[in-house]
Ligand binder design. Sequence first.
Ligand SMILES: [Zn+2]
Length: 412
Amino acid sequence: MSSDLVLVNGGRILDPTTGSWREEALVVRDGTIEALLGSADARPSPGTARVIDLTGLAVLPGLIDAHAHLIGQMEFAGLPAIDETAESELAAGEANALATVRAGFTTVRDVGTYRGLLDVELRRRIEAGDVTGPRMQCAGAMITRPGGGGEVTGEPGVAIPEELRRGVVRDADEMRRIVAWLVERGADVIKLIVTGAVLTRGTAVDDVELEAPLVLAAVETATGLGVFVAAHAHGARGIRVAAESGVRSVEHGSLIDDAGIDAMVANGTWLVADLYDGDWIDEVGRRDGWPAATLEKNAATTQAQRDGFGRALRAGVRMAYGTDSGVYPHGRNARQLAYLVRYGMTPIEAIRAATVDAAECLGWSERVGSLEVGRFADLVAVDGDPVVDVTALERPTVVIKGGLVVRDDRPG
Ligand SMILES: [Zn+2]
């Protein structure tokens, strides 16, 4: 990382917590915000290596996607991985990482890959500067029961290579071992598949695939190692099992009932609801002739999830923005913001979910999610006012990560 002194000035900076705008300049050193200056004082000093002028743009903290999959073909539930190699999946992952950060998403929580630990390798390449991509939290694998929602299923008789089965657990002892194994190899979040999945063939969204003793074993081990647990759960009982076992977040939460909402409020569990995906799966699945059972599961969860999101929001469940990127094409991560608004949030609440609140969900409040001294200089700048029209964030003009420009669409 360079020790360049960078001055970012001219833009109106949004504080997502208060919803207010500030006219300030950011002094950036080593990729981190060193000082905030009133715009009148913001002149380059002799040591200033670069000045980035954002005059006329609305500047927000870099966005966070708390449910991304940069590696692997989620839309086909991992099946193509059988014929791929680690290098071919990584090459695709590098392109996905670039598309994601250029879309203004400078941080992702990557909640699992079918081929174990490729996310950790992708992050290593990004941190080494060989690949342009977002900051990543990595799950390393999806922890699932044999034949569960995190497995590659659907091709009977085809042997699944071991490296695609790193997260398969049978009992609580194995759960403890695998959680520790993943963290030792670089995972900094643990992903559990607590219920069946929409896209995984042969699994039912209502089935609880990991019961409370296994979820508790994962939470205890992960907590002891200083990492959080994210739990994929569609069905109402699975959501309750996850929340009552102390997971950090419930992913999807499609069929949540009042008891599940109560459990999430009582335990401070975050909800990460991918409200956009149902439309994408329906459109592409019908067009491309996906299995009828997949389309039925999608229909059964799409509107229910949106209604449940609204009820959970009104009940005070904490919300972090996560899109399940990889189900739809990478780089469209901001499209879901409008869905959050349509189903109950104000635009500033949706922005908060994707910045300061998502940072809290990840345990990264001191690093990302706001443009304050000590945070990374990660930002997205857009034309228009996203607090009025949140879709402005679908069209970023400038994206900066760690003080480096990764996108600038302005002429000249
Ligand atoms: Zn997912």
